[in-house]
Design a binder for this molecule. Structure first.
Ligand SMILES: *Cc1c(COP(=O)(O)O)cnc(C)c1O
Length: 236
């Protein structure tokens, strides 16, 4: 836990460095600390250090922690896949959702949000890695998807989100982020208010920043190694 402050400082340095190489301003990068598997105490410590955004991948874990901490200053951000049958229980807790990838889910979200008079900022998750197993809509489906989303008044689409391919090859990872950036540029012709790119994690946030990320979702680089494998979060 005493490493938290140092890890955050190191991360800050890395973000600044990545920005410098491509002439971006670090102010344009928002860090979303991802606390999945980490204890309440660790999250509280992070809050004490000034963090307000907290990303969680799973509904049950998010709700448990939100109830425990019961702190209205925390922005709980759901970054992982959401099943329609869990929408009702989670929407009162979250300020953003980063993994919208079906109309069925959008409709359910919209209905439940309407019932509690709430609007929710959402990111559309796009599968940029051609891996059938991953969540997210296909790049060539995005335009139609956004058109369909227009009828859901309680969803405010603010950006696009992706998970890069699992690979040791930097070029393949970079390709995923470039694909999302290109899609955003195309999207902005019709939807200038969609402006954010949620991409980059501990292992690849530098590349993501170089390719235009505005929101990076970082867990392990701040909170230390997790024992659960990635496939626990992204079933194959
Ligand atoms: C866990 C997770 C992250 C962060 O991954 P780290 O390797 O801990 O940085 C980012 N995005 C999503 C969707 C996640 O589930």
């Amino acid at each position: 836990m005493q490493n938290l402050q140092k890890n955050l400082a190191d991360l800050d340095q890395s973000i600044q460095k990545a920005c410098l190489t491509v002439g971006r301003s670090p102010q344009d990068i928002r860090l979303i600390p991802v606390t999945k598997t980490k204890s309440i105490d660790v999250i509280q410590h992070a809050i004490d250090l000034g963090l307000v955004d907290v990303g969680e991948n799973k509904v049950q874990e998010l709700i448990l922690k939100a109830n425990h901490l019961n702190n209205p200053k925390i922005n709980w951000i759901l970054i992982g896949h959401l099943q329609t049958n869990k929408v009702r229980q989670v929407i009162q807790y979250i300020s953003e959702f980063h993994a919208l990838d079906s109309i069925k889910l959008a409709r359910k979200l919209n209905n439940e949000l309407m019932a509690i008079h709430k609007k929710l900022e959402v990111f559309v998750q796009v599968n940029t890695s051609d891996e059938e197993s991953k969540y997210g809509i296909k790049p060539n489906e995005l335009a139609d998807f956004l058109l369909e989303l227009e009828k859901f008044d309680h969803l405010k689409v603010v950006g696009l989100m992706t998970l890069a391919i699992h690979s040791q090859e930097e070029q393949k990872i970079r390709h995923c982020f470039r694909t999302l950036k290109a899609l955003l540029i195309e999207t902005q012709k019709n939807y200038p208010s969609i402006s954010r790119l949620s991409m980059g994690m501990s292992g690849d946030f530098k590349i993501a920043i170089e390719e235009g990320a505005t929101d990076i979702r970082v867990g392990q680089a701040i909170f230390g190694h997790r024992n659960l494998s990635h496939t626990f979060y992204w079933p194959e």
